[in-house]
Write a protein that binds this ligand. Structure first.
Ligand SMILES: [Zn+2]
Length: 435
């Protein structure tokens, strides 16, 4: 046995086994171990058990994290790494925001050195916020994707990303063509898809910035590589929806544009989906397509309130996402805090169990990777975080009289952020530590 590849940690543990919305008894949805031992070997979970002296004696290197909570790493199902530096840009809705802030920022990623610099910052920021996997937009430049994958690969991080395909309705300096976007995406798939823990996503930005020819090429690529993901945007903003209708009058609606070109299905992830029609909800369900719910972004850009209850009712998979730079925080705890308020405004509720499930196993299921990550059952890849219950004075005060797990977790979900992330492990290795 190679001693160096083993990690053993004693702490409290919380992880999910089922969707809380789908079980009769909430106890069937999660496992909480107040005093447990997690053992990982060669990057995978080998066991998670209740503490006993006998098991502790087997691991002389046992790390003692009593008083802290270990959870699976968070998974972010929609984020734009090139927008990291323009997070929190003032005062616009989607279409103006793209033109005024996003496009000029993305221009810089034709420079590989620049892309590398921001990739390093971005990966570190994810880890600092407890996010261990993400589905990520690059820019139109293939170099942007190379730079990001190189950084993720250094620490063996599970990451999905793709080069933006965009051949109209953006400044000339950011346009590719139907053919070049196909060729460049194909070359990136051959280079990166399933290399280590990396996977590729075909990435048309959204329908308005692609010609019919380009969407047809994206569909051709998806047909050639059925295992590859598709990521794009759908029904975020009412002006955007009207624009799509005017650009594609021959189609029944926004989602029908993607459907027509073969870009819906179980590995197709659509960010937002706030203003779907009844027919579109049904198409999402029938095609087993996936929604990335982006709470901080939807509020920041004034896009609208996502209907999570509806998605659960008709069994559409939903992952949680930050959508930085439209979103205002890298922290999935902040995403959940805003998700809770979005549901309150619609007369719905979001239990802390459903929320934390969505940030971990739920997002893994939405990305069809729950066989690999999302919880701490034996055999899963050992991506996990060590959480401080009370990283601020206010959190400490709030928890003073709190004895019930659900209440403590809820306070964490509403008040927590990157200050609560004490350390982050990827594939069993410590990759970030606040201390
Ligand atoms: Zn987005």
């Amino acid at each position: 046995m190679n001693q160096k590849s083993i990690t053993a940690i004693r702490a409290s543990f919380l992880h999910f086994l089922n969707d809380p919305a789908k079980v009769d008894n909430i106890e069937d949805a999660y496992q909480y171990i107040a005093d447990g031992i997690l053992v990982t070997e060669n990057g995978k979970v080998s066991s998670l058990t209740t503490f006993s002296q006998e098991s502790a004696d087997l691991y002389p290197q046992l790390e003692d994290k009593r008083g802290q909570l270990i959870m699976p790493g968070f998974i972010d199902t929609h984020i734009h790494y090139p927008q990291t530096e323009m997070i929190a840009a003032y005062g616009e809705q989607l279409l103006e925001w793209l033109e005024t802030y996003t496009f000029p920022t993305e221009k810089q990623f034709s420079d590989k050195a620049y892309a590398k610099k921001i990739s390093q910052f971005f990966v570190n920021e994810l880890l600092k916020n407890g996010t261990t996997s993400a589905l990520v937009f690059g820019t139109v430049h293939p170099e942007s994707v190379d730079a990001l994958f190189e950084e993720a690969d250094k620490i063996d991080m599970r990451m999905i990303a793709g080069k933006v395909m965009m051949d109209r309705n953006a400044p000339d300096y950011l346009l590719d063509t139907a053919q070049s976007s196909y060729d460049q995406s194909k070359a990136l798939i051959d280079k990166w898809h399933n290399k280590g823990r990396l996977q590729y996503a075909i990435t048309p930005r959204f329908a308005p910035t692609s010609t019919r020819e380009q969407l047809a090429m994206a569909g051709k690529l998806k047909a050639e590589y059925p295992d590859v993901y598709v990521q794009t945007h759908l029904s975020e903003n009412k002006d955007e929806i009207e624009w799509v209708k005017s650009l594609f009058p021959e189609r029944a609606g926004y989602l029908d544009v993607y459907d027509h070109y073969g870009l819906v299905g179980d590995k197709c992830v659509f960010a937002h989906c706030i203003h779907l029609t009844e027919q579109e909800w049904q198409t999402m369900a029938d095609s087993d397509s996936v929604i990335a719910f982006c709470p901080t972004s939807n509020l920041f850009l004034g896009s609208g309130l996502f209907n999570l209850e509806k998605a659960d009712d008709i069994k559409v998979r939903v992952g949680l996402a930050t959508d930085v730079g439209g979103g205002t925080s890298f922290s999935q705890l902040q995403s959940l805090s805003e998700a809770y308020k979005i549901m309150q405004l619609q007369g719905q509720t979001l239990s802390v169990f459903k929320g934390l499930y969505m940030a971990t196993l739920g997002s893994a299921e939405s990305l069809s990777m729950a066989d690999k990550v999302g919880n701490l059952t034996a055999g899963k890849e050992a991506d996990f975080i060590v959480v401080d219950w009370a990283a601020t004075d206010l959190q400490a005060l709030r928890l003073e009289n709190s004895t019930n797990l659900q209440d403590k977790l809820f306070a964490l979900m509403m008040l927590g952020d990157e200050r609560n992330i004490q350390s982050t492990y990827v594939a069993g290795k410590l990759v970030y530590s606040a201390a």
